[in-house]
Design a protein around this ligand. Structure first.
Ligand SMILES: Nc1ncnc2c1ncn2[C@@H]1O[C@H](COP(=O)(O)OP(=O)(O)OP(=O)(O)O)[C@@H](O)[C@H]1O
Ligand SMILES: [Mg+2]
Length: 456
């Protein structure tokens, strides 16, 4: 069924529904006309019986004379006057003296009017309907029987049936055709969207599906799909930028490494000079390795799916471990480095990743900030906030919005050599923990923090 085109399925469903409606209407028309005709015939028989009664009561008139008059039409109707014993006293032309009524019917007709059907009556070869009514002629009780063939009713019904049998299928065909055309018309925009979609490619950005201005489901589908194309395009552009930036960042240390090695090869005369060159080269290799690791982490963290080894941790442990790693650098720069946290504060997290995130923040504080650096932990409802503050100028307001994006650096900082991945990694780690990362200003200067879930 699902392989049949929608257009055909709609038309077929339409045809079936239409056939049911047409058949129902036809049947209703046919049967209500049948009942209507039957009632009309009964009414006619009653009227005729009344008329004939007046005729028969007249001592000078007879039924036979009435047959030539307006009361009984030849060939289609008949009348009979019967005595209480069942003897036919008078009759109209097609009938003989054979009584129309059976004995039981006569007995009933002596008391009240009865109606009945006859499939055959002597002299008439068509089915007929009769009415028998008692009446008094002087002191004599008699029964008047009037009847009429049902041929007219049958003919009318047959012609209606024939007309319905011709008109019904024609109406069905026309309606199905109209349904097929209509379904085609309303599906046309879908088809043109499909054709455009088939030709859209990543090489030509900005292409969109044609959206019909119909204010219906098709228009909404088109608008939604176009919005999706827009989002995909943006994501693709971001990925491209990421790859381009990554390539660019890798090129610089590689170029430096090559220069360093070439210089050493050609001009390093002494062992001392060679040692210096190798040392500088190993620095660049370190940078390359770090960069590669950062890129890998960011690629893996896509969609918050960075694998973590979460455990319940003492906040103080993490802070002291990170601070001790940076102690020598702070001392070398004559920058005080302190930690602060409430006693017994615990959090849920991966210790290595949290140390990495705090390490990035400390590195930034020492590199871009000034004055004292403080690493602190604070409870905040169900979360724990890990702050790194310094006393420098902090983030320029126009840069704050994109500080956590990959490869984003404030222009002044570009010369100082970072790749701009540190804060992006902090955010990826925070989000992988189900938390978030923020940057702002404290009273003293820059304040960057990440929040992670607390633990009891
Ligand atoms: N404590 C701070 N004070 C002032 N500016 C900051 C501070 N921390 C970060 N920044 C600014 O934010 C930018 C982005 O920092 P991020 O750590 O993401 O990149 P990076 O340090 O330049 O490079 P990477 O960390 O990859 O070596 C920095 O270049 C700097 O301009
Ligand atoms: Mg950094």
């Amino acid at each position: 069924m699902s392989r049949i085109p929608i257009r055909l399925r709609v038309a077929a469903a339409f045809a079936v529904a239409m056939a049911v409606v047409l058949a129902g209407t036809g049947w209703y028309l046919y049967s209500s006309l049948g009942t209507h005709l039957a009632h009309a015939l009964d009414r006619e028989l009653r009227l005729r019986a009344d008329d004939l009664e007046t005729v028969v009561r007249d001592p000078d008139a007879s039924l036979a004379s009435a047959t030539t008059g307006r009361f009984v039409e030849k060939g289609e109707s008949y009348a009979q006057l019967v005595s209480t014993s069942g003897t036919v006293i008078e009759f109209t032309r097609p009938l003989g003296r054979v009584p129309v009524l059976t004995h039981a019917e006569l007995t009933r007709a002596l008391h009240h009017v009865i109606l009945g059907n006859r499939s055959e009556v002597a002299g008439l070869d068509e089915p007929s309907r009769f009415l028998a009514a008692p009446f008094m002629k002087g002191h004599i009780r008699l029964v008047l029987v009037v009847g009429a063939t049902r041929e007219n009713r049958a003919e009318t019904l047959a012609s209606l049936r024939d007309e319905l049998l011709i008109a019904g299928p024609i109406a069905l065909l026309v309606a199905t055709g109209a349904g097929y055309l209509l379904a085609g018309l309303s599906l046309r925009p879908v088809d043109s969207m499909r054709r455009r979609a088939a030709s859209i490619s990543a090489e030509r950005p900005g292409e969109r599906l044609p959206v019909p201005q119909t204010r219906d489901e098709v228009e909404r589908l088109g608008v939604t799909l176009n919005a999706m194309l827009g989002r995909l395009e943006e994501a693709l552009a971001r990925e491209r930028d990421f790859v381009a930036d990554a390539g660019h960042e890798l090129r610089t240390p590689l170029a430096l490494l090559r220069t360093e090695l070439e210089l050493a090869l050609r001009h390093a005369d002494s062992k001392e000079e060679l040692h210096q060159a190798v040392w500088r080269s190993s620095q660049e290799v370190d940078r390359l390795a770090q960069l590669a690791e950062d890129l890998l982490l960011l690629a893996r963290s896509h969609g918050g799916s960075l694998p973590l080894r979460v455990e319940s941790l003492e906040a103080a442990d993490i802070l002291t471990r990170v601070a001790s790693r940076f102690e020598w650098r702070a001392q070398a720069a004559s920058r005080p480095l302190t930690t602060s946290q409430p006693d017994g504060l615990r959090l849920q997290g991966d210790p290595l990743r949290l140390e990495q995130a705090l390490g990035n923040l400390l590195d930034n504080a020492l590199r871009y900030g000034e004055g004292a650096v403080c690493v602190s932990a604070r409870p905040a409802s169900a979360m724990v906030e890990l702050h790194v503050t310094d006393e420098g100028a902090g983030f320029p307001p126009e840069f704050l919005g994109r500080a956590f994006e990959r490869f984003s650096r404030h222009d002044h900082a570009r010369t100082r050599g970072g790749a701009g991945l540190g804060l992006a990694i902090v955010r990826a780690i925070a989000e992988a923990h189900g938390g978030s990362a923020h940057a702002g200003r404290s009273d003293a200067g820059a304040d960057v923090w990440l929040s992670v879930p607390g633990a009891a």
